[in-house]
Design a protein around this ligand. Structure first.
Ligand SMILES: [Zn+2]
Length: 271
């Protein structure tokens, strides 16, 4: 498949439309199957006098113009609404990544219609993905909430912990949102101290992943713990331990950055 190229307005020769439809709760309309595909219905009729294309333009996938729409209440025959979180791990790329982008921009489009400063209806900015208030010039950009995730090792073992929110029962890594005024490295050290009582050395960046639930960006790190003594907070983290390559509890499914880091760290540990 061609690479996705983001854009603000479809080019004159945009070609066929590839539409992503979402339920009010943010589920994606798909043709079920393996892999599932976005259910590409005919786009709704644009209101009279509007531009020829309804929906929110995302960019081009080759000669296909990609749009995000709020979908019908019930899924039409042959389609179904499914959780984007599960779908993104199963859809062919870049269709899954475009779906994540589509949902975040659609929610931003819905939730930021009025100026937060003076209450005037905002309008789209011409030259970038932003809204501007015609009365006070206040600018609004799509919001991202950065969160860190860190693979912590000590003496050839990886720290895995069970979060109270993980219903699947699997074990994962220390993670949490970055606070205002904090660097990413400070967030890594704070979360490790808060969640498992560890002080860290050699904090290093490994990679990142958009996480549109609802508007996250996961930023991945590895680090070494100064000691093995774990103290779980009992609130977010209910269980944690040091594990080796062949003796670890269930871990998250493929496709998430947590799994990528866990696989890479486990592979690097002594067998
Ligand atoms: Zn304003």
């Amino acid at each position: 498949m061609p690479d996705f190229v983001p854009g603000l307005r479809p080019p004159a020769d945009a070609g066929a439309a590839l539409c992503y439809y979402f339920s009010p709760g943010g589920d994606l309309l798909v043709y079920p199957g393996d892999p599932p595909r976005p259910a590409d219905l005919a786009p709704p009729e644009p209101p009279q006098g509007e531009a020829v294309t309804a929906g929110l333009y995302l960019g081009q996938l080759g000669n296909q113009a990609c749009f995000a729409h709020w979908g019908p209440e019930t899924a039409p025959d042959g389609t179904e609404y499914a959780s984007l979180r599960g779908l993104m791990l199963r859809m062919q790329e870049p269709l899954g990544a475009i779906a994540g982008r589509a949902r975040q921009l659609l929610e931003w489009d819905r939730d930021y219609r009025f100026c937060g400063r003076c209450g005037t209806p905002m309008r789209d900015k011409d030259d970038e993905r932003a809204r501007i208030c015609p009365a006070c010039q206040h600018l609004g950009y799509p919001r991202l909430n950065p969160a860190i995730i860190v693979g912590i090792t000590h003496h050839g073992r990886l720290l895995l912990c069970r979060n109270a929110r993980h219903r699947g029962g699997f074990f994962s890594l220390v993670a949490g949102f970055v606070e205002v005024g904090e660097s990413l490295e400070q967030a890594v050290r704070r979360e490790a101290a808060e969640e498992v009582g560890l002080s860290l050395e050699r904090v290093g960046y490994v990679g990142s992943q958009p996480w549109p639930f609802p508007s996250g960006l996961m930023i991945g790190f590895t680090a070494e713990a100064a000691s093995a003594a774990i103290r779980v907070d009992g609130d977010e983290i209910v269980e944690a331990g040091w594990y080796g390559r062949d003796d670890h509890p269930p871990i998250p499914p493929h496709g998430s950055i947590s799994r990528t880091i866990i696989d890479a760290v486990l592979a690097s540990l002594p067998g």
